[in-house]
Design a protein around this ligand. Structure first.
Ligand code: ATP
Length: 362
């Protein structure tokens, strides 16, 4: 089910000061997709999620789930959380340690007028979905972190919600388990064909898991797009920088060439994608991700987008080198294959692929 959010504003007050946690947010969350709210700490992700759930009352705006208005300040509508048809998975899983797996998963059904037999069937279905068949009697404390996360998911699913919401559900897992669990979660959610709203400040998690990402900053939505669009060709400098490591090189647009443009920078003219139609004469930035700075052979010297630099620092991190290349006053961060024979201080030619660097407004 889709979610429509219009003009949502939420203020908090602390020590006599107003904190605008959400600032007139408009957002369309499409049905049956994994939709992630991504942004730095304090940007308003959790507040937005809690407003959708009904745990927060916004100061202005409207929220509709599947066409039904569940909150409207103007129309005086407030549908309580338990009537919104939502499932929720929290950061701490909120698994009750004194209960076994069955009782944890059955919990949302206990207060409803449902027969014991139906509850048993629903719990078995939810546990089977998360591949924990047969774990009913296991005490919640005798589960691994990943299994606890799956119990939390089963509990969120047991009442067959229309929408499932996640607030940083993987942040308590160690790095390796987090990677496995997010893969598993994506596969579960894709199979379920359910609307999922997922909050994280972890860009890799957002890229790996989402169909769509909304990047937030200071209580507002800056950009919404699929992971590749946001990573390869973002509309916004803050987003480009937040979603991955980025070299941002300042300059002025000098020539337009179809979908591309030349930008005159401190290291020379560079041609890149100009999806935002930045006109000639405008100050702009060229965004190049470290993995798209290619090493070039000496005989490519003088070619377009090719420059001579000096390898200033080089750090071996196993799967690659992370390096910094200096060209005049500009220091570029690069990722270099570990097989390349290079040391700090070497002169090195690099080139930018014009389809994998893009212009942004300043
Ligand atoms: P994080 O990733 O750190 O959880 P977030 O993006 O989820 O951050 P929110 O928790 O939504 O951010 O907070 C948004 C802003 O509102 C922050 O400035 C926060 O300090 C403030 N805030 C949140 N809850 C309250 C509260 N109960 N009282 C006062 N200020 C609050």
């Amino acid at each position: 089910m889709e979610i429509h959010i219009k003009g949502l504003t939420r203020d908090y007050y602390s020590e006599g000061k107003r904190i605008r946690a959400l600032d007139n947010v408009d957002l369309e969350i499409p049905a049956n997709r994994i939709f992630t709210l991504l942004g730095p700490s304090g940007c308003g992700k959790t507040t937005l999620l809690r407003c959708i759930v009904g745990l927060e009352s916004p100061d202005a705006g409207e929220i509709a789930i599947g066409g039904e208005i569940v909150w409207s300040k103007e129309k005086g509508i407030f549908v309580p959380p338990e009537k919104r048809g939502l499932g929720m998975v929290f950061q701490t899983y909120a698994i009750w340690p004194h209960m076994n797996v069955f009782n944890n998963v059955a919990f949302p059904l206990q207060s409803r007028n449902i027969s014991k037999d139906e509850i048993r069937k629903s719990v078995a279905k939810a546990l089977s979905f998360v591949q924990l068949d047969g774990f009913e009697k296991r005490p919640a404390t005798k589960l691994s972190g990943g299994q606890q996360q799956r119990v939390a998911l089963a509990r969120a699913l047991v009442a067959e919600p229309k929408v499932i919401l996640f607030d940083e559900p993987l942040s308590n897992l160690d790095a390796k388990l987090r990677e496995e669990t997010r893969k598993e979660l994506r596969s579960f959610l894709t199979k379920l064909q359910i609307t999922a709203v997922y909050v994280t400040h972890d860009r890799i998690e957002a890229l790996a898991l989402s169909d769509l990402i909304a990047v937030m900053r200071s209580g507002g939505i800056v950009e919404v797009g699929d992971p590749k669009k946001i990573y390869f060709n973002s509309d916004d400098r803050f987003v480009a920088d937040f979603i991955g490591r980025a070299n941002l090189i300042k300059g002025k647009v000098s020539v337009l060439e179809g979908s591309h443009a030349v930008i005159d920078t401190g290291i020379g003219p560079i041609i890149g994608l100009n999806s935002h139609d930045i006109p000639v004469g405008t100050e702009a930035m060229l965004c190049v991700r470290p993995e798209f700075i290619n090493l070039a052979a000496t005989d490519e010297a003088g070619k377009r987008n090719t420059f001579l630099g000096k390898m200033e620092t080089l750090i071996f991190i196993g799967e690659a080198y992370e390096g910094e290349i200096r060209i005049g006053d500009t220091l570029l961060t690069t990722t270099i294959p570990p097989t390349v024979n290079i040391v700090e201080g070497d002169d090195i030619y690099i080139s930018f692929d014009s389809d994998h660097c893009f212009l942004l407004g300043v």
